[in-house]
Design a protein around this ligand. Sequence first.
Ligand code: SF4
Ligand code: SF4
Length: 750
Amino acid sequence: MGSVQIVTTILAAAITAVAVWLAVRAVMKMLAVIRQGQPAPERFTDRGARTKAMLVETVGHTRMLKWSVVGAAHWFVMVGFIVLSLLVLEAYFEVVSPTGGLPLIGGLTIYGLATELIAILGTVGILVLIAIRVRNRPTRPGGRSRFTGSTMWQGYFVEGVVLSVLIMGFVIRGFKVATDHFEYPVWATPVSHAVGALLPASPAGVSIAALVKIAISMTWLIVIALNVTMGVAWHRFLAFPNIFFKRDPRKRAGSGLGALRPMTSQGKPLDFEEADPESDQFGVAQVEQFTWKGLLDFSTCTECGRCQSQCPAWNTGKPLSPKLLVLSLRDHAYAKAPYLLAGGGKDLTGEEKATAAQLAHVDVLALAEADKPLIGTAEEGGVIDPDVLWSCTTCGACVEQCPVDIEHVDHIVDMRRYQVLIESSFPSEAGVMLRNLENKGNPWGAPQNTREDWTKGLDFEVPRVGEVDDFEYLFWVGCAGAFEDRAKKTTRAVATLLNEAGVSFAILGEGETCSGDPARRIGNEFVFQMLAQQNVETLNEAFEGREKAKRKIVATCPHCFNTLGNEYGQLGGEFEVVHHTQLLAHLVATGKLTPVQPVDGGVTYHDPCYLGRHNRVFAPPREVLGSAIGGGSGDGRGGAAVDSGAGRDSGLVEMPRNSERSFCCGAGGARMWMEERIGKRINVDRVEEAMSTGAKTVAVGCPFCSTMLNDGVNGKGAGEQVEVVDVASVLLRSVKPDTTAGQQAEPVAG
Ligand code: SF4
Ligand code: SF4
């Protein structure tokens, strides 16, 4: 070992020792913070599926590849990071000896070829990511950026380190080529040989370049160890467990979509017949009341801003950004941690748990952080502003987009639950809806005995459960479908089409109450459970003696569809629930319904969040519309009648934001019952997009979307030119052109 190698070896060992010590300390701290969260025993089940989901999502980059260029570039960088860690290890042999290399595999040509290839692709990948970050920087003139609010220096730092380490790899190899210590052929390592042609023969150069590479890598480790909230770096390690522990590993996309998590205390679902706010946790009032998975979610956020770029609230000028919400919770959790780790915290009655002696040595900043209310205005020093909390429509666009499976909607609803159930603090206008649900069983407060008024004037009998035993489908009408004038037309259209197709169905009539969706999404789990238990009992009775496959329900409202199909199982109600567009698509495909009259003027389709993103029903409504548009000749999504471009006079024209990336109408998450006072109205934004297609018909599959988009169209004074109408009504016009007019014009009471 020469003198240069003695110095490089000592320096490499010193910086590595410091970096590893700091990194171990940081990991211990991170684990200690995450362990402050509440238990979540369900996250340890189904380990085989969890392992598979983790491998598919990380190795396959299934979430990231939806953003194809970014996804591909990130994949090469990720693979580069993992494989080239071997090259950092190799650098430790090279600081000791310029001829050094990895034992066993280091001399193999295949190793030289693979690492060369990955280094080239990794370099291209990181340059693409840097270019994307620069092009989307929040400070660029006049631009909106998904990186707004992200800590930009951290992103540039991480990307700069990756690029530097890759370049140093070629420099080390170049020196080895120049000094004739390189065993790989030119064909396997062309870039290294090209770099070698530019460098002098210098054994010391090999060891010094290896030291620089180690120093850059260890500086990165030291910086991230000193910044435990640096998600852009830590996600390289945390993404694996975060995906492993996601809510439902068997779901291919958006595990946090569909059903909400039940309200839990100490890891057990709460039953309101026994729950006690003095001994059970009702929602989340303190950051440590999230589960440990919630705290892991916050720690894993990469600050990529994909969620923010899709959020309807953020895109219409509301203060809510799912990314900034997650970052606020993360920063608060870590700033409060010293207080919690010293034994601090409030019990369920609000009393301090720690003694004065325990808190005596806690940093004043941590104590100040602990005093902040989780929900509160800027003047109150709150971590999350109430306007942020109540702006969410629970549309799920953030969950859908998040590459590391963060479950934003669950966290938002958990915070709402405490505000509603314990503080009675929520937008006052929603109080009427909650009172109506409790007293009348529907959000409008309509008399229960008018639930069947929509059947009046139909030229066939709508049977009730109990009057017939052999019905195939229970037609769940829903509150909007029973009481809201526009939605009643959809209900009548669906009933008419089912009757036309010879489907045997029955309704519950006055036996039905609200599914509980608006109560659950606003955070009133008590009212949700009350309504849901009543409905589960009624439905179980209606289907008595039937196996699950024959407990079939068809619903026109995606919120009911989602709640009955995905959430009633939490309360003992197992049913096969379909949306009416799924059933209608099946009836058309099997020839039970035959569209004859083509629809004129162009049709565009708005995906309801709770049908599309939350439940992956994208194709059936398009199939129905495709068949109706062509008078039976269209084939729906991807078929002849569908056009992804804008401005066609006929055919289904897709909006730019459609399917998984559809833009919310603004009504979900109980926002239907709240005023929208901040920013641009979400429904207006969506209507402008729909109108930009040039279609005369905006088809919907949800009564809430129908209301919101109709209001938007009328607000723009375009009611004469553009019609917002349910998919079922479009089909009915095509199947029964003569009777449709009468059906639509039928006076409806209520
Ligand atoms: S659920 Fe929708 S509205 Fe709520 S934060 Fe996510 S993207 Fe925004
Ligand atoms: S998409 Fe996920 S990782 Fe990216 S900023 Fe949003 S929460 Fe963080």
